[in-house]
Design a protein around this ligand. Structure first.
Ligand SMILES: [Ca+2]
Ligand SMILES: [Ca+2]
Length: 160
């Protein structure tokens, strides 16, 4: 995408959501029974909920999700690791290594070091809680230990 910057009469960039959209970035990974047990990440903008990531199995790779936000407002990101009724595989877990909201001109949020536990604005629910963990030499939030037909949910409410 070409980022066209509007300029005022003094040649200074005019900052607006239209020409400098805030972008949500999520670095995540899953290790689970392929095609049956999933890490799913959704984003709600107050009106609609959109799935921005859904994966299972274990590729051994971290994945980066980028999502342009429409502008100022309140958002809810939900990361849900859930299993079906039988069998687990791999670590049976999902991780978040990094969460940020940034535009060209402004950094709204960046969470990379989770060693202090869940930051303010984060909550966890389900059959087991998400918690900070070191995995693959990274400071992450990791879903809790669950069995079959269970779920571990992380919720992040943020306003930009
Ligand atoms: Ca399963
Ligand atoms: Ca990290």
């Amino acid at each position: 995408m070409v980022n066209v910057i509007t300029r005022d009469s003094n040649n200074a960039p005019v900052i607006s959501a239209a020409n400098d959209p805030p972008t949500l970035k999520v670095v995540t990974r899953v290790s689970s029974e392929a095609n049956f047990d999933f890490l799913e990440i959704t984003l709600n903008d107050g009106t609609t909920t959109e799935t921005i990531f859904s994966d299972s199995g274990d590729s051994g790779a971290w994945q980066t999700v980028l999502k342009e936000l429409p502008g100022a407002g309140s958002y809810t990101l939900t990361a849900r690791f859930f299993t079906d009724s039988e069998q687990t595989a791999g670590s049976n877990q999902g991780w978040i290594d990094l969460l940020s909201v940034k535009s060209t001109f402004q950094s709204y949020f960046e969470y990379d070091d989770f060693s202090g536990g869940l930051p303010t604005g984060f909550t966890t629910s389900g059959d087991a809680n998400w918690a900070s963990a070191t995995f693959d030499s990274r400071s992450t939030l990791a879903s809790g230990t669950i069995g079959n037909s269970q779920e571990s949910i992380l919720t992040w409410n943020f306003t930009i």
